[in-house]
Design a protein around this ligand. Structure first.
Ligand SMILES: [Zn+2]
Length: 118
């Protein structure tokens, strides 16, 4: 289950944000953008988050996962295409000089926090 290692990296980033903002009491909601190529199982990710966040300011926060579809870009002709053509050569010119521009994301998009007087 690779979700646990992703959650550990996520927790590290979130707790670091809490350290920088001493007036933050706890998180209410975290929105996470996850690329399709990460092949994350949302239920597993949320389960791992619930376990890993126990005893931290993130305990009880709602984890919203937003799946980012795959998008590829052709270096040769500039063509871009999306998840419906999951191929690693350019459907327009046939070049294999192709870059994945979306789909590997694992970004904290936003976080709602409860603030204290701090
Ligand atoms: Zn092309």
């Amino acid at each position: 289950m690779h979700e646990m290692s992703l959650v550990e990296a996520l927790m590290e980033a979130l707790l670091e944000a809490f350290e920088k903002h001493p007036n933050w009491l706890r998180a209410r909601r975290v929105e996470l953008h996850v690329g399709r190529l990460r092949q994350v199982v949302p239920e597993a990710m949320i389960f791992c988050f619930d376990v890993a966040s126990r005893g931290t300011p993130l305990e009880g926060a709602c984890l919203d996962l937003v799946e980012i579809p795959l998008e590829a870009f052709c270096e040769a002709c500039g063509h871009r295409w999306g998840p419906e053509d999951l191929v690693f050569f350019c459907p327009a010119c046939g070049s294999v000089d192709v870059e994945t521009v979306a789909g590997m994301d694992l970004d904290i998009a936003s976080m709602e926090v409860e603030e204290g007087d701090g």
